[in-house]
Structures are given as structure tokens and as C-alpha cells.
Design a protein around this ligand. Sequence first.
Ligand SMILES: *[C@@H]1O[C@H](CO)[C@@H](O)[C@H](O)[C@H]1NC(C)=O
Ligand SMILES: *[C@@H]1O[C@H](CO)[C@@H](O)[C@H](O)[C@H]1NC(C)=O
Ligand SMILES: *[C@@H]1O[C@H](CO)[C@@H](O)[C@H](O)[C@H]1NC(C)=O
Length: 328
Amino acid sequence: MHSLSALSFLALPLVALGAPNFQVGRRQAGVQSRQATTFTLNITYSGADFLEWDFFNQPDPTSGQVNFLDKADAQSKNLAFVDTDGTFVMQVDNTTTLGPGENRDSIRISSPQTFTQNLFIADIVKMPVGLTTWPAYWSFGANWPTQGEIDVIEGVNSATTNQMTLHTGPNCTLDTAFDSSMTGTPTGPTDCESPGTDNSGCGITDSSANTFGQAFNVINGGVTAHLVDDTGIKIWRFQRGSIPADITAKTPQPDTWGLPAAFFSTTTCDVKSHFVDHNLVFDTTICGDLAGALFPGGPSACSAAVQDPSNYQFATWRVSYIDVYNFS
Ligand SMILES: *[C@@H]1O[C@H](CO)[C@@H](O)[C@H](O)[C@H]1NC(C)=O
Ligand SMILES: *[C@@H]1O[C@H](CO)[C@@H](O)[C@H](O)[C@H]1NC(C)=O
Ligand SMILES: *[C@@H]1O[C@H](CO)[C@@H](O)[C@H](O)[C@H]1NC(C)=O
């Protein structure tokens, strides 16, 4: 998110590239989390907790055509609020008709706390959908790219499957020996270094619909869990009707969740040195380096579409909670 992923998206479309191999590797040594790990809740964010996150109000580093609002403006314009059902809503301005080239109001927030090796469980009910939009749920360390970036949910325009991507300093790659230890499909370069040769990071495309966009919203989303530990980084996602009971009970047991959608093994990337002190982030940008580049008709057509507020009718994050666990 922080950087260009355009080349990887351009090189390979946001579709499943093939049937993952479910037979091999399910019990492969070293793939599962350590046994008998105990997870202890460190912090829960829900409802008004998100209003205590930091509202980023600088120009979008990815060149999006947005005004990221500070907290006061976000609240007075009702673009960040706790809804009556308790969910936290972040939305793009969907009422203002803009002139050519004008920026549209949007929200980018980051957690005041930082995390290095934790289990993160995010229950998301709706995500922003629509042409020109580029929503992401991600994390990064202040010294980018040395402290790394993890893009957990990301895509643009009319994407229907999620892309999960790492960006790092030198000497971190996606180990394709573990392709059968995940249900997703590595997509594009395996070198995670940014800028590196192409700044696209190393990405894995989810194998399943309902992981992004309208199909995600139709089923009221679900839970995305990611675990950063000494084995690597694993990302699972469960649709609304299939959330494991241990997650709901707040006694998570990742060892029982089956293959992750994405697995970035530590064998070719020393995770503990490449991903340090991350703030969690939600944002929705518009056009810019990725959504603009991939927009049908290109960046100028994307920019023209920003003027019409009806393109932002569904450009809304609706988050139930994020639980962050320590483990030992
Ligand atoms: C949460 O994690 C942070 C960073 O590891 C730690 O400083 C803090 O004490 C933890 N809080 C709880 C309640 O576990
Ligand atoms: C690259 O990372 C590996 C571990 O993945 C480490 O053993 C090696 O020393 C690193 N090389 C450099 C030049 O940092
Ligand atoms: C703007 O978004 C909100 C919810 O996120 C929705 O209730 C409302 O209908 C939308 N308005 C328009 C004009 O699309």
C-alpha cells in the first residue's frame, strides 16, 4: 500500500491462477505454528477505540486523489463514526460533486500502538468497493522499507479477490517451496524488496471469491487473521458464516485453522528483523499509483471519475473489531 504494487498487478490479473494443491504439505514439518502456543489478548479495538487512532492528514504517499481528513474534520463531516450497531465506519465523501482534478475527502487511520510478533484478528463487515477506489488494511514500521510493510487486505477498482503483499529492505524473498502450504497463489516477483527492481513487493493472490469487493460485502465480510511469528507470516480469512468458534470465544488456536490463504516463510526472510514495530492502518485512497494505473482508460479517466459522488456509494469500511494477541 505504502508503495507501488502496480507492476505485480499489471503482470498478473487479480484472479486465481490455478487450483492450489491441498494434498501436499498440510502436515509439512515447520509449516504449522509451534504447538502448545498460548495466546493472550493484548488489546482490542472496537467502536470508539478507532477514534483514538491517529488520523493521517498529509498528502497520500501513493499519489491518490484524496484529502485525508484530520479527526475533527472526519467527525464533523461524518466520514468517521461509530454506528448504532457498534461498528466503526470510515467512508469516502459520497455526496460532493467535485471539479476536475479536485481531491475527494477520505480517511486514513493508524493504531497508536506498535506491534512486532503478534496474532491479529480483524472482523470486518464491509469494505470499500467501486471503480477508482484502492482500499487497504495493512501495517508498516516508521522506517520504511527497512521495518517492513504487510498488506493484509488490498485491491483496486473492481477486484474480486484479495492480494496479500510484503514490502521489505534487501534480503527477504517469498519462498516458493511453500506453495503447497497455502491456498493462495504467489503472484508476480518473489523478491519482497522495495523499491528493489520494481517496487511491487512479493504478493500472494487469494484463491477464493468473497475475499474482496462486493462479494465480500454481500456476505457481511468476515474475519481476517494474521500471525507474525518465528515461522513467518500467515494470513487466514474466514467468511461470516464460517468463523471458528475459538476466534469468537477469544481463545484462538491457529493450529486448528487449516492452511492459511498466504504463507511467507521465514526460511528466506528473517521475519523478526524485517518486520519491526508496525502500526496497523486502514485507508481508502482513490486512483493514484495503483488504482489509477489499472483504471479502465488509465489515470486521466480515473481522475475524471472522481468528480462523481455516485461512484462512492459503497466506498465504506465498516469494522467490528481488531483483537491483538501476544503469544508465548
Ligand atoms: C501489549 O503489548 C505491548 C508490546 O509488546 C506491551 O508493552 C504491553 O505491556 C502489552 N499489554 C498487555 C496488556 O499485554
Ligand atoms: C540474509 O538473510 C539470511 C537469513 O534469511 C541471513 O542468514 C543472512 O546473513 C542475510 N544476509 C545479509 C547480507 O544480511
Ligand atoms: C453514502 O454512504 C452511506 C453509508 O456508508 C450510505 O448510507 C448513503 O446512502 C450513501 N449516500 C449516497 C448518496 O450514496
